[in-house]
Design a protein around this ligand. Structure first.
Ligand code: F6P
Length: 343
C-alpha cells in the first residue's frame, strides 16, 4: 500500500514523533511505502514530496521539535479551491490513504477530501488543545510545561519588586494553556477567551491583594482573552485565517490600563513561540507515537474519514465530521475550579 503524510498549520512539539511512528508501523511493520508532502497542503498543491523510509534518520526524530516535512498555513478558501489539484497530486503519486497531521484547518481540509471519496485518517495536533472528540492533543503538555516554568520564575521576581506581572500565553480561541498553566503555577488570576473579563474587577482584585499585605500579583492572559466591551476597548490587530478578529497584545494593553487606573507598577511577558519550539515532553512523545501507530494501522486496515483520538487511556477512531464540528473550549466546570484560587 502507498500512504501519504503531511503536517499542516502551526508546528507543534511531537509532529516528528508521529511521522516516525507512522513510518515505523506502515513501512517497518507492513512494508507500505510512504510519501511525505512538504510544507503542509502546499506540497500537495505544488506536488513537492519526499520518499520516507524506516531508517536511522527517521528513528532519531522522536525527541526533535518542529517537523521534518515543514509546514505552512494555507488560507481555507485557497485550499477549498485547490481540492481538485490535491486529488490529482494524490492520484499521480499513487497515494491510497493520506494521513494529515494538524489542527482545525488541516482536519477540516481532510474532511473535505474524505467527502470527495479520498481515503484519509487525520491526526490531531495543537499546543492549544482545542480539537474536539479527543481528551488531549499532543504538543499541549510541552507548551504547558514551558509556560508553567516561566510563570514559576516570574513569581520570584514579582515578589522581590512587589509588582503586578501579566503573562500572555498562546490560545486564540480556547484558554487551555492559560487555564492549565495558571493552575499549575498558582497564578492569582487567569483570563481566557471563553469568558470576557471586567477590567474594574481585575483592578479591584489586585488592590485587595496588596491591601492584605501580599507581595505580588500574577495574572495569566490567553492571547485570545478579551474584555467586556463596557469595561475596556481593545485595539484590533486584523483577522485570522478563519475570519476571526485578532486583538494584538491583549496583555500589553491590559497592563497599561491597570497602571493608568490604579497606579501600580505592571510588567508584561509575552511567551509567544517559545511555547511551540524545542523537544516534546515524555507525555507528548508517547501520545504522538501512539497516535502515529494507530493512524498507520487504520490506514493499512482500509479505514477512512476518521481521526485518531485519546479517550481515557485508549486510542480510538472518531469520525472527522464530529471532530471538526466545533472547537473544544474550556468548560464551565474548569473555570469554576480555577476561580477558587483567584485573588
Ligand atoms: O494554533 C497554534 C498557535 O500556536 C496558536 O496558539 C497561536 O495563536 C498561533 O498558532 C500562532 O500562529 P503563527 O505561528 O502563525 O504566528
Amino acid at each position: 500500500m502507498r500512504i501519504g503524510i503531511l503536517t499542516g498549520g502551526g508546528d507543534c512539539p511531537g509532529l516528528n514523533a508521529v511521522i516516525r511512528a507512522v513510518v515505523r508501523t506502515a513501512n517497518g511493520r507492513y512494508g507500505d511505502s510512504i510519501v511525505g508532502f512538504r510544507d503542509g497542503w502546499r506540497g500537495l498543491l505544488e506536488d513537492r514530496k519526499v520518499q520516507i523510509q524506516n531508517d536511522d534518520r527517521v528513528d532519531r526524530l522522536l525527541a526533535k521539535g518542529g517537523t521534518m516535512l515543514g509546514t505552512a498555513r494555507v488560507n481555507p478558501d485557497k485550499l477549498q479551491a485547490g481540492i481538485e489539484q490535491i486529488k490529482q497530486t494524490l492520484d499521480d503519486n499513487g497515494v491510497e490513504c493520506l494521513i494529515p497531521i494538524g489542527g482545525e484547518g488541516t482536519l477540516t481540509a481532510a474532511r473535505w477530501l474524505s467527502d470527495e471519496g479520498v481515503p484519509v485518517i487525520g491526526v490531531p495536533k495543537t499546543i492549544d488543545n482545542d480539537i474536539a472528540c479527543t481528551d488531549v492533543t499532543f504538543g499541549h503538555d510541552t507548551a504547558l510545561s514551558i509556560a508553567t516554568e516561566a510563570i514559576d520564575r516570574l513569581h520570584t521576581t514579582a515578589e522581590s519588586h512587589q509588582r503586578v506581572m501579566l503573562v500572555e500565553v498562546m490560545g486564540r480561541h480556547a484558554g487551555w494553556i492559560a487555564m492549565n498553566a495558571g493552575m499549575a503555577s498558582g497564578a492569582h488570576l487567569t483570563l481566557v477567551p471563553e469568558e470576557p473579563f471586567d477590567v474594574d474587577r481585575v483592578c479591584r482584585m489586585i488592590k485587595r491583594r496588596f491591601q492584605h499585605g501580599d507581595s505580588h500579583f500574577i495574572c495569566v492572559v490567553a492571547e485570545g482573552a478579551s474584555p467586556d466591551p463596557a469595561s475596556m476597548t481593545l485595539r484590533e490587530g486584523g483577522i485570522d485565517e478563519f475570519g476571526h478578529k485578532i486583538f494584538t497584545g491583549v496583555a500589553q494593553q491590559l497592563g497599561a490600563e491597570i497602571e493608568r487606573r490604579i497606579g501600580k507598577e505592571v510588567r508584561t511577558t509575552v511567551l509567544g513561540h517559545i511555547q511551540r519550539g524545542g523537544a516534546p515532553t515524555s507525555y507528548d512523545r508517547i501520545l504522538a507515537t501512539r497516535f502515529g501507530v494507530h493512524a498507520a494501522e487504520a490506514a493499512h486496515a482500509g479505514e477512512s474519514g476518521k481521526m485518531v483520538a485519546l479517550h481515557g487511556t485508549r486510542i480510538d477512531l472518531v469520525p472527522l465530521d464530529e471532530a471538526t464540528k466545533e472547537l473544544k473550549r474550556v468548560p464551565e466546570e474548569r473555570l469554576r475550579e480555577a476561580a477558587a484560587f483567584f485573588g
